[in-house]
Design a protein around this ligand. Structure first.
Ligand code: NAD
Ligand code: SER
Length: 317
């Protein structure tokens, strides 16, 4: 049996660090090559091989894939929603070209499986706000959302046209403490914990009643691995699966944190991210992921808040 050799691109980002560590736990440190433009993340050091790699450089990427005998690729490099609006051309260029480079090389080298995440950002103001279904009106208003929606159809195309086994999830906003978030509209739900523990006060960039779909990172990592380990014929969605964890507003998460840090106070100063957040659904219907590969989230707001505070206290010690 051929041993898997996995390349993670964008391994030093918010998801990349935790996903790389989990893949190394499953497949062995040496089998998972972490790569990024940035310096190696401290948490990855000593856990397996690291290469400096710009995914936009197709030749270098191709060389690494051949040289390392790669069998699976996880592509995580991207510019997220808030940062994307500051430089739309760059966001479009990175988000699309990185995916096209990976899909093309994966096709040529007969890579067994490719993972590429999409986002709730594919949805727009005309999509249903509550319990947003897998298939619905999709008219994104951010360059990030447009790039993710186009990317979903490239994945679908490579699967149906070339038989490439490419799989994808539409992550909600992800909440984690191991590595910092990278410029999304949902980043407030991580920042609020740092602010609560360090200053007991927080100024939120969204209005208090802005509900968004969110997920605790351990659920997102487990969803990713479960999707990638599912039998190919169980995967009915080759664009990208809706998945859901929890849904809350800045006011609700503030109140939940206040249960543990009584003096904590949040004030609200909405900025350009408010319009992005308002264009997205408040909650997501993930019944197809549940039916196809048994998806089930483990964390709600209460459980996630307890875990975040416990773990962040240790990090800040
Ligand atoms: P991040 O910004 O934290 O990490 C992205 C990583 O990619 C960074 O370490 C960055 O240095 C690297 N990178 C950027 N340009 C690169 C290049 N040219 N070559 C190689 N590496 C490069 O992002 P993240 O939050 O970890 O997101 C990972 C993926 O998940 C993205 O596709 C993102 O759209 C998607 N996603 C994230 C969230 C979330 O809440 N974090 C939600 C939905 C979807
Ligand atoms: N968390 C991401 C963002 O806000 C959603 O894709 O951009």
């Amino acid at each position: 049996m051929i041993k898997e050799k996995i390349l993670v691109i964008g391994a030093c980002g918010q998801i990349g660090v935790e996903l790389t560590l989990e893949l190394r736990r499953i497949y062995g440190g040496a089998q998972v090559i972490a790569s990024d433009l940035r310096e190696e993340n401290e948490l990855l050091k000593g856990t397996g091989p690291y290469v400096s790699l710009d995914v936009m450089n197709k030749e270098m990427l191709h060389v690494q894939v051949i040289r390392q005998n790669i069998t699976q690729i996880y592509l995580l490099a991207a510019i997220l929603s808030a940062t994307g609006e500051k430089n739309p051309n760059l966001a479009w260029s990175l988000n699309m070209q990185s995916l096209l480079n990976v899909l093309e090389i994966a096709k040529e080298e007969q890579i067994k499986k490719v993972y590429w995440p999409s986002s709730i950002a594919v949805f727009g103001p005309t999509s249903p706000k509550k319990n947003c279904p897998q298939q619905t009106i999709i008219e994104p208003i951010t360059v990030y959302g447009i790039s993710k929606y186009a990317g979903e159809f490239w994945c679908n195309y490579y699967h149906h046209r070339y038989g490439l086994d490419v799989r994808s999830l539409r992550y909600p906003g992800l909440i984690s403490y191991k590595s910092e978030p990278g410029g999304g509209t949902t980043d407030y739900a991580v920042e609020i914990f740092y602010a609560a523990l360090e200053e007991k006060k927080y100024t939120c960039c969204l209005k208090e009643d802005t509900y968004l779909p969110m997920m605790y990172m351990p659920d997102a990592i487990r969803a990713t691995i479960e999707l990638m380990e599912a039998k190919s014929d169980a995967i009915s969605v080759r664009t990208s699966y809706n998945i859901s964890g929890m849904s809350f507003s800045p006011k609700e998460i503030s109140l939940e944190i206040k249960k543990h840090i009584p003096g904590f106070r949040t004030t609200y100063k909405p900025d350009y991210r408010q319009a992005i957040a308002e264009s997205w659904p408040q909650s997501i219907n993930d019944q197809i992921a549940k039916k196809d590969w048994g998806w089930k989230p483990a964390f709600d707001l209460e459980k996630m808040t307890k875990e975040m505070l416990k773990n962040m206290r240790k990090v800040l010690e």
